[in-house]
Each structure stands twice: as structure tokens, then as C-alpha cells.
Design a protein around this ligand. Sequence first.
Ligand SMILES: Cc1cc2nc3c(=O)[nH]c(=O)nc-3n(C[C@H](O)[C@H](O)[C@H](O)COP(=O)(O)OP(=O)(O)OC[C@H]3O[C@@H](n4cnc5c(N)ncnc54)[C@H](O)[C@@H]3O)c2cc1C
Length: 387
Amino acid sequence: MAEDRAQLRAELRREVSRLCQRFTDEYWRTLDAENAYPAEFVRAMSDAAFLSVLIPEQYGGLGLGVTEASIILEEIHRSGGNAAACHAQMYIMGTLLRHGSEHQKQTYLPSVASGEVRLQAFGVTEPNSGTDTTSLQTRAIRDGDHYVINGQKVFISRVQHSDLMLLLARTTPLDQVERKSDGLSVFLIDLREAPDEQFTAQPIETMMTHHSTTVFFDNLRIPASSLIGEEGKGFRYILDSMNAERILIAAECIGDGDWFIDRSTSYANERVVFNRPIGQNQGVAFPIARAYANIRAADLMRYRAAELFDNDEPCGAEANMAKMLAADASWEAANVAMQTHGGYGFAREYDIERKFRETRLYQVAPISTNLILSYISQHVLGLPRSF
Ligand SMILES: Cc1cc2nc3c(=O)[nH]c(=O)nc-3n(C[C@H](O)[C@H](O)[C@H](O)COP(=O)(O)OP(=O)(O)OC[C@H]3O[C@@H](n4cnc5c(N)ncnc54)[C@H](O)[C@@H]3O)c2cc1C
């Protein structure tokens, strides 16, 4: 059984890698320069069924786990690409599969699995609350068979390339709940039905191509059936998505890290200065070796967290640690690659600077390193709460 799983994962890795080879450095470099969405790549991933990895077979998906999903995203990054255009579907799935109704699953999952409907937007962050998620101000108020949504979200990615959005909004005011995490609810919103005057998305230009937007809800009416699970329990539900997201982002960082190491070792072997390959200097080789070791260590935590998630066991600590260790390791590897390449690291045609910009994001999003350290201090080590 374990052998079958290992074989399946190895085969999956090979297939994703094969698909990714069609999308060259030049493809990603051009998209980056034009701030364009990789529609062709996302279509190919969807057609190959990779994006439906977590959707159970009964709804037309591959019916695999977060471990397999993480392998897919890792391979995209390992190839020099970027999974940000299409990864949200995988982490949103945790909330939908574990807490969505049978009706919601039957309505959406088959068309998401086939690629006909895009589930790529995850609306949590707000300008006035930032990392302090439970202070978010977007309100959803029940009105007969509908909810009416008002508020603003920021940095919400892929809204303009998605048909559905998973939204976290407050249904009971903060001063009427016992705990700050109560009174928040999750909705699966069909953006295709949202009228322009009730819902708008304004692009935010960022350091790397990420298709983020500020979104405004102005009395947006959505059917009450959009609510996932019970009203007021959304924060608990969304933690499933957030843990999956941390594990999947960790895998993307591992993919980036290995890409940087590959490029660094090739360059350090080829580049000759002072009549010898620069990699012969331990001042060049050791930082690459250290970054490699840190990537491998982070990778172990990523697999441990994914295993716990797939077994439905608590994985908050491991998911957070995996994300932090992998983001640190990929950022270290990015800096090492820049240094190893000397001036050429800054030249766009080498792609180091693009991947360097891309992997820097993970120190901040989807959760910043400080907030992970705070989680470990408080929830794992029992240190006093700081906020
Ligand atoms: C490109 C991009 C794409 C994104 N996509 C999405 C998306 O699709 N959906 C979504 O919901 N969000 C998205 N985000 C938002 C992202 O999750 C947030 O930016 C991130 O969680 C940090 O929130 P903030 O920017 O408000 O920072 P803030 O909360 O304002 O924090 C600023 C800094 O202060 C630090 N800090 C704050 N409070 C403390 C404290 N108590 N102790 C120590 N340090 C602290 C933080 O660590 C951070 O470094 C995206 C962001 C980016 C940049």
C-alpha cells in the first residue's frame, strides 16, 4: 500500500515535470515582463487534471491528498515556473470538502474538476485589520433568503481569473461575541453573478506578477445557500484552508529552493574566474551547500505536516513550521544564487532576479514569519500571549 503510494507520487512528479518542461524560462520571463496571467499554463494544468487533485473521484477529481497536491506545486516551482496563478483551488478545497454541504459539493465540484469553473480567489485580508484576521470588518447580514455583504478586502489574488471566491466575513458584530474568532462566516460566492455596481476589483501592481486586487462589496446580495457550514463558525472552518495553504506554500518554497540550488551549482561549475571554476572556492561552495541542507530539513517538516493533514490530525504547528522553515530556506537559496551569479544574477535573461522577487513574497504572505513565531511561542511553547 505504502509502496503503491510512493510509486503514484513518483509518477505524478514525473508527469507534472514533463508538462512543465513545455513552459520554458522564456514563457515565464515574458509573462513577468508583461504582468500577464499564464492562461495557457493554467489550462494545460487543468486539462491534465492536476488542479483537481484534491477533489474526490465521485465529483470527477483525482481524489488524492495534500501531500500529492504539494508535489504538483513543488514541481511547478522546481521547473522555474510559478504556481501562484492556480494554487488557491487546492487550499480552498480544505474548507469546502470538510465543511461544505452535499448540495454545494455537487453544484460546484464537478465543474471545478473539469476546469469549466475556476475556484481561485480566497478573500480574507483587509486594509484595516491586516494580519489580525478576527478584527476584519467586512459584514454579511442575513436578509431573508440572502446575505448582504459590505466591506473591502485587499491583496485578493486572481479575482479577475476566477469564477468563485471563498470569502470570510463577519456575521455577528465583534462586541456581541464571546471570543473574537466567533461570529465569522465563510461563503462560497459566485462572482459571475455579482453585478458590477455591487462588486468591483481594482488591480494592485506588485513587485512580481501576482494578479492581486482590492475588492469592494457594496450591498452585494448573495443567496443564503452560499454559506458554508454554520453561521458564525467560519474562522474554525477556514483554518483547514489556512493549514493546507501553509503546507502547499512550503512545497512551492522547496521547489524554488531546489531551482536556485540547481542554477547555483551549474553556474559555479561553469564560470571560470582566476583560472578555475568559482565553485572551487569554498567561499562560493559552502553557502550553496548550507542552503541545500536547510532546504532538505524544511522538506522533512513539509512532508510531516502534509501527512498529518491528510490523516485529519491536528497539524497547525507543523504546517506553520513547514511554511516558515521552507520560506527561510528558499530565501536563503535565492540570495545564494544571486551572489553566486555575480552581476549576471541581476540580468533578466538569467531568471534569477525574477525568482528572487517571487520567492521573497513568502516571508510575508500568506502569513508573515513573525506571526508564525508568535503562534509557536503561544500555542506550542505556552509562552504568554502577546496580542
Ligand atoms: C502578492 C500578495 C498576494 C496576496 N494574496 C492574498 C489573497 O489572495 N487573499 C488574501 O486574503 N490575502 C492575500 N494577501 C495578503 C497577505 O496574506 C497579507 O499581506 C499578510 O497576511 C500580511 O498582512 P498585512 O499585509 O496586512 O501586514 P500587517 O498585518 O500590517 O503586518 C505588517 C508587518 O508587521 C508585522 N506584525 C504585525 N503585527 C505583529 C505582531 N503582533 N507581532 C510581530 N509582528 C507583527 C507582520 O509580521 C508584518 O511583517 C496577499 C499579499 C500579497 C503581498
